[in-house]
Design a protein around this ligand. Structure first.
Ligand SMILES: [Zn+2]
Ligand SMILES: [Zn+2]
Length: 355
């Protein structure tokens, strides 16, 4: 991972390192800690990507739109109060807030599809009730995948833009590329992206294995996320993410209210069935109560793409909000990164299903 003089420059310019940022001075204004908040805001804005992820570019309409990763009319509208929801996802102008208010129009939005594809691909789940069909499960999972893939690309972009302003980052990291890990994280998604693209082009949507849970209640939150699981539900290590050459396998998770019910989908591409077979068996054994506990732990661990009803959140006890935010900030994930498995079947103080 060491950067050589003749390697491509980590800033993404396409030039050789020695001809680009090697020995360049840091930008004083941007690297001044008192300007941190502003620097962050500007960098995030600059690093936004507008693209259409659909593989058939010939069909694309001109405009890349702000696509909702959770349906606005069907789901977010229902969870909002006065047109607002809360998300555990900071905005650029207040990067350290644990919970942020969003308008319905901006909540869960990303610029990953053109107007045409966003409308056409997702029409079936926009217009009709979730019916557990292969196609519906595919579309929910694909939308969940798309936002995560897009966000990863933006994060890499942000790393590159940051590096342009502070070339000394390389020396600080012992001449290692500090953003290599993020690029690898995008590569980790390539195999899955190919499978999704093939399915979209061929309209053969039968590429996923899934578990669908149904609850007889309407929840006041919704969320989507993914995980490169390292431990199964019994705490057995199933995947070593520190091995850079191994391909990383993801599960996708979506939970949302629909009419008088709530659905949770957990899915992965069929190629990983053998790998996830024990996990699948463990999921199938869970009681209704355990299913809820699992979702309560998992969702804040893996996702910021969660919308919550503001009134319900404000009425929650402080200790519940604090614990949810601690997990959201990475407490459990940090433990797992240093080898301490987090028991996802142990009930946290809070219960999202009682919001
Ligand atoms: Zn450069
Ligand atoms: Zn398109």
């Amino acid at each position: 991972m060491k950067i050589g003089r003749n390697d491509l420059c980590p800033c993404g310019s396409g030039k050789k390192y020695k001809m680009c940022c090697l020995g360049k001075e840091d930008d004083e204004y941007y690297t001044n800690p008192t300007n941190l908040a502003e620097t962050y805001k500007k960098l995030r804005k600059k690093s936004k990507i507008k693209q259409c992820l659909h593989p058939n570019k010939k069909e694309c309409s001109e405009k890349i739109i702000g696509a909702h990763s959770i349906q606005n009319n069907k789901i977010i509208k229902r969870i909002s109060s006065d047109g607002l929801v809360y998300m555990p996802c900071p905005k650029a102008d207040n990067a350290f807030l644990p919970i942020t208010e969003y308008g319905r129009k901006e909540a869960t939005v990303f610029t990953g599809f053109c107007g045409y594809h966003d409308k056409v691909i997702f029409q079936p789940i926009e217009d009709s009730v979730f019916d557990k069909s292969i196609k519906h499960i595919f579309l929910y999972t694909y939308r969940c995948f798309a936002i995560e893939y897009h966000k990863k690309q933006e994060a890499v972009n942000m790393g590159k833009n940051l590096y342009k302003l502070k070339p000394s980052l390389i020396e600080m990291h012992g001449n290692n590329n500090p953003f290599k890990g993020m690029e690898i994280a995008i590569n980790d998604f390539q195999f899955e992206k190919e499978k999704f693209d093939e399915a979209l082009l061929s309209e053969n949507y039968d590429i996923l294995t899934s578990i669908v849970w149904e609850f007889d209640q309407v929840i006041k939150f919704a969320g989507t996320g993914f995980e490169a699981m390292t431990f199964d539900l019994e705490g057995n290590k199933i995947q070593d993410l520190t091995k850079l050459d191994a391909s990383v396998k993801h599960i996708f998770v979506m939970i949302f209210p629909e009419e008088e019910k709530t659905f949770c989908i957990i899915s992965w591409i069929k190629e990983y069935d053998d790998f996830f077979s024990s996990y699948k068996a463990q999921l199938e054994k869970l009681t209704l109560v355990e299913q809820k506990i699992y979702i309560n732990n998992l969702l804040p661990m893996i996702s910021e793409n969660i919308v919550i009803n503001p009134e319900a959140w404000d009425n929650w006890d402080k200790n519940k909000r604090d614990e949810f935010c601690a997990i959201e900030m990475g407490m459990a994930t940090f433990g797992e990164s240093i080898g301490i498995s987090f028991d996802r079947l142990k009930a946290p103080i809070y219960n999202l299903f009682e919001l």
